[in-house]
Design a protein around this ligand. Structure first.
Ligand code: AFP
Length: 330
């Protein structure tokens, strides 16, 4: 007979209650976390939940939407817009924002409901990324969401991996919660910090010939290992889900690069500022790392001009980001 483990860890609500947050923010974050438990159930069901494959539609990014993109988006949108706390939502999967059907909401929530969609059908990690802003007075439009990253009240992600983990910041460090088998978010990583140095980089190497010279030089230095100027060997990872690559960096350090490349020179990068770059940058900076467009300029300082604008992303272990900046001459 196995003794029933009595977990003495605190839950999400207890952690948030102790964080002295603006009124209503704790409840809002608990609502986001609860919606992600519902997303987790559909992700886990896979083919059995009718959640694999394409939906037959494309999003505003002109990307094929997977069924799970749409299902996840609907779960978050429906549950958040039903809350009196919410003034409006914006999503990677919706052309424009959706104002709440009621007045008086204090918060705007932006999200990538299912990051890493290309991983769904191969049962590889996927996640949800979210960002919370204060709602301005007046009618809610796309322009209401165009606030720079340093105005975020909270940001986080849920990684649907071997464990289901919520990693969250409200501006006072980064905490990690693991979903228990009975559906509770339990505090398992109270103070996540990114190591300043690393021997691990994440980039999609198939794009190598398209990168700017500085990025090519940096990655070549990593690949030369001890035989090159870096004097140490590097490891490479690429999960093709930003949530999973960033989580690895949160757990053991590293750098993640999705830089500008010359395939579409007028496009700053692949990733989106408002619901990928900004939330991940808030988390990374709060964990002691750096998150930049080029190794130097902070993503959180970018002034948004469009809801779905893209940004180059170079983030992770602070000292390694400085080396990337020096290598790229910025
Ligand atoms: P999908 O959601 O379309 O799979 O894109 C995921 C993503 O936005 C980000 O999570 C990954 O880091 C990056 O794209 C992977 O891009 P590549 O498929 O070009 O490597």
């Amino acid at each position: 007979m196995t003794a029933k483990m009595t977990d003495t860890r605190i839950d999400l609500a207890t952690h948030l209650d102790g964080a002295a947050l603006p009124q209503g923010l704790s409840e809002l974050l608990a609502l986001v976390a609860s919606a992600c438990v519902d997303i987790r159930k559909v992700v886990s069901g896979g083919a059995l939940a009718g959640a694999l494959g394409a939906s037959g539609s494309v999003n505003v990014q002109d990307e094929e939407q997977k069924k799970l993109d749409v299902i996840s988006n609907d779960i978050l949108t429906d549950q958040l817009l039903a809350s009196p706390l919410v003034a409006g939502v914006a999503s990677e999967e919706m052309d424009n924002c959706q104002p709440a059907p009621h007045s008086g909401g204090k918060f705007l929530v932006l999200f990538d409901p299912l990051d890493g969609s290309s991983n769904i059908d191969i049962n590889a990690p996927v996640g949800t990324i979210f960002s919370v802003l204060a709602a301005p007075e007046g009618d809610i439009t796309d322009a209401s969401f165009l606030q720079d990253g340093r105005k975020q009240l909270a940001a986080g992600y849920v990684l649907y991996g071997g464990q289901t983990m919520l990693v969250l910041t409200t501006g006072n460090g980064v905490a990690g919660f693991t979903l228990s088998l009975d559906g509770q978010w339990l505090l398992t990583h109270p103070d996540i910090k990114i190591s300043a140095d690393t021997k691990e980089f994440a980039i999609n190497m198939s794009n190598q010939r398209h990168w700017a010279q500085g990025v090519q030089t940096y990655v070549a230095g990593c690949l030369q290992g001890v035989e090159g100027g870096r004097g140490k060997n590097f490891n490479m990872r690429w999960v093709a889900a930003m949530v999973a690559d960033v989580h690895r960096i949160m757990m053991r350090g590293g750098v993640f690069l999705y830089p500008w490349d010359k395939r579409e020179p007028n496009k700053p990068g692949k990733l989106r500022l408002m619901y990928e770059g900004n939330p991940m940058s808030f988390l990374v900076e709060q964990a002691g790392g750096k998150s930049t467009t080029d190794g130097r300029a902070a993503i959180l300082d970018v002034t948004p001009t469009e809801l779905h604008q893209r940004v180059p992303v170079i983030l992770g272990s602070a000292n390694e980001i400085d080396i990337i900046a020096d290598t790229c001459g910025v």
